[in-house]
Design a protein around this ligand. Sequence first.
Ligand SMILES: [Fe+2]
Ligand SMILES: [Fe+2]
Length: 205
Amino acid sequence: MQNDFNESQTRTNLMRAFAGECQSRQRYYQAALIAQQQKLVGIERMFRFTAEQEERHAMVFWKELKGSAGQNVDISAGYPADVFENILQLLDASAAEEEKEHSIVYPDFARIAADEGYPDIESSFSMIADIEKSHRKRFEYYGRLLREDRLFRSSDTEQTWLCLNCGHIHKGSEPPQECPLCSVAQGFFIRECEAAFTSCEIIEQ
Ligand SMILES: [Fe+2]
Ligand SMILES: [Fe+2]
């Protein structure tokens, strides 16, 4: 049985989620700019890619609020002031925030939406909770590479590295200091397996 939407807790949770996603998007966009200043292009692109997904999550929640169009929705919530210049701190703080969304906040909101009779909204919260887990893993992955000084170093001498500027592939335990084709710095290289679209092979069935 659906409650009156304007009296529901789900309506408040949607606005909290919308505010949270807008802020995540902005935090990651700012983190991308810091990574760019530090010439860590792979990490910059990763933050931008994730920021775009947060923007789409915000849009999902925004559209669910149409039942309150024209009204003011009051919320009370805490949001992280992760104002860091250090990339590792940014990655760690982002991973922690994603874990909170994945394991506490959105499952809670999904359960309340189900209780209040909004299965579609429950499903949106649950699906986005799963995505936030993949974000946490992404941030942890790069945090670990940085912490262990492996961002541009591998124990595999056959490791393939991709230049994000021109697409040149280099094989070896480290990417070159400068791309031999387009001359950009080492910071443009990522492991080939980290790039979207680079492992495309025809699937026969
Ligand atoms: Fe999100
Ligand atoms: Fe996220």
